[in-house]
Design a protein around this ligand. Structure first.
Ligand SMILES: [Zn+2]
Length: 156
């Protein structure tokens, strides 16, 4: 038996230290929190995706009284892009969350289903999707969603 190790590399920084393009994408994710419908969790989540044509597609979580019929912000954006921007690739996605009357100070990370969905899309589009989790004080960035799920499910 062997003991092996997988490591990931990520960047942590204050939101105001981000490169301009990342800061703008983070602001789009924050702005998208406004449209969330989250009366049950109280977490208004916004996501913004930068596409390979320069467009930004934003979305937010939509909860349902019929749990778990709602959808997280990340998958709202993924499916919006896939259905409305056929052939385009997502290069980067920023995620932000609003809770208790303010944006969270620390980043809120994606749930496992969203991470799996992002990894699936990376495989499908043949390009990594950089992920930027943003908080008001701190951000976390990885170069590819697969870094968040080292033992991702795969049929092949
Ligand atoms: Zn999710």
């Amino acid at each position: 038996m062997k003991t092996l190790e997988k490591t990931i590399r990520y960047r942590a920084s204050a939101i105001d230290q981000l490169p301009e393009t990342d800061r703008r994408l983070a602001e789009r994710a924050q702005a998208a929190c406004d449209g969330a419908w989250a009366p049950y969790s109280g977490f208004r989540v916004g996501a913004a995706a930068l596409l390979d044509n320069g467009a930004v597609v934003a979305g937010n979580n939509q909860e349902s009284e019929v749990f778990p019929a709602g959808l997280c912000a990340e998958r709202v954006v993924i499916f919006s892009v896939l259905s409305q921007y056929s052939g385009r690739k997502i290069l980067k996605m920023a995620i932000a969350a609003w809770h208790d009357g303010a944006f969270t100070d620390t980043p809120v990370t994606s749930c496992g289903i969203c991470v799996q969905s992002l990894v699936d899309l990376e495989k499908r589009q043949g390009e990594p999707i950089a992920i930027l989790f943003t908080g008001n004080r701190q951000t976390i960035a990885v170069e590819r969603a697969a870094d968040l799920l080292p033992f991702t499910f795969s049929l092949a």
